[in-house]
Write a protein that binds this ligand. Structure first.
Ligand SMILES: Cc1cc2nc3c(=O)[nH]c(=O)nc-3n(C[C@H](O)[C@H](O)[C@H](O)COP(=O)(O)O)c2cc1C
Length: 184
């Protein structure tokens, strides 16, 4: 099978990481894949925030937890929503562009796939919208000099996968595909 197709099929969400930071080369490769995602009208409406300072990651982790839905809060207990990942990539996108959610999501997809291809791995972590919409999030944008029109799309918790995990894909649902070849 073509290697790219194989990589797309074998990428899994990684939720346990080695205690090792990404090399700069690997980080740059992954970010570049994100930057080269397609975007509506080619407007590149997304931004990628790169967070590797462990204290800042801890603050984000506490913050992210605030927005757990009740069910998830029960299930996760004290667990870190970022699963101890050494790097967090937070994707924002310019909400004045009509395709901003799709643009940001494709950036996240490229990041997840690129990480897998080079032997790293990651997991989309949600609730970026709630974080950025909050007063604290607005303050953060101000500190970073980012216009408040940017909304949170998602994070990737990213690092090198721990050795003792082997996540498997769920079977694909029966009615995934609908061939539209004849409409009476
Ligand atoms: C929009 C979106 C939000 C997600 N949010 C979370 C999350 O907050 N925490 C988490 O552990 N996984 C999250 N995931 C990962 C999914 O649970 C995962 O992709 C799914 O179970 C399929 O597994 P796979 O990625 O290994 O194929 C999210 C995925 C997507 C696409």
């Amino acid at each position: 099978m073509n290697q790219t197709i194989k990589d797309l099929e074998t990428r899994r969400s990684i939720r346990k990481f080695k205690d090792k930071q990404l090399t700069d080369d690997d980080l740059n490769t992954i970010i570049k894949a994100g930057e080269y995602a397609p975007s509506g009208r080619g407007l590149q409406s997304a931004k990628i925030l790169i967070i590797q300072d462990q204290e800042i990651i801890k603050r984000f982790s506490q913050w992210n937890k605030l927005y757990f839905p009740e069910e998830l809060a029960k299930k996760m207990g004290d667990a870190d929503p970022f699963f101890g990942a050494p790097t967090i990539l937070l994707v924002l996108a310019d909400s004045t562009v009509n395709t901003y959610i799709e643009d940001g999501s494709l950036v996240l997809g490229n990041i997840l796939n690129a990480a897998h291809v080079i032997g790293a791995g990651g997991c989309w972590i949600h609730r970026a919208r709630e974080e950025i919409d909050s007063p604290q999030g607005q303050e953060l944008l101000k500190l970073l000099g980012i216009d408040p029109k940017y909304k949170g799309i998602g994070h990737v918790a990213i690092g090198y996968p721990a050795d003792d995990i082997n996540p498997e894909a769920a079977p694909r649902k029966e009615d995934y595909l609908v061939y539209v070849d004849k409409i009476d």
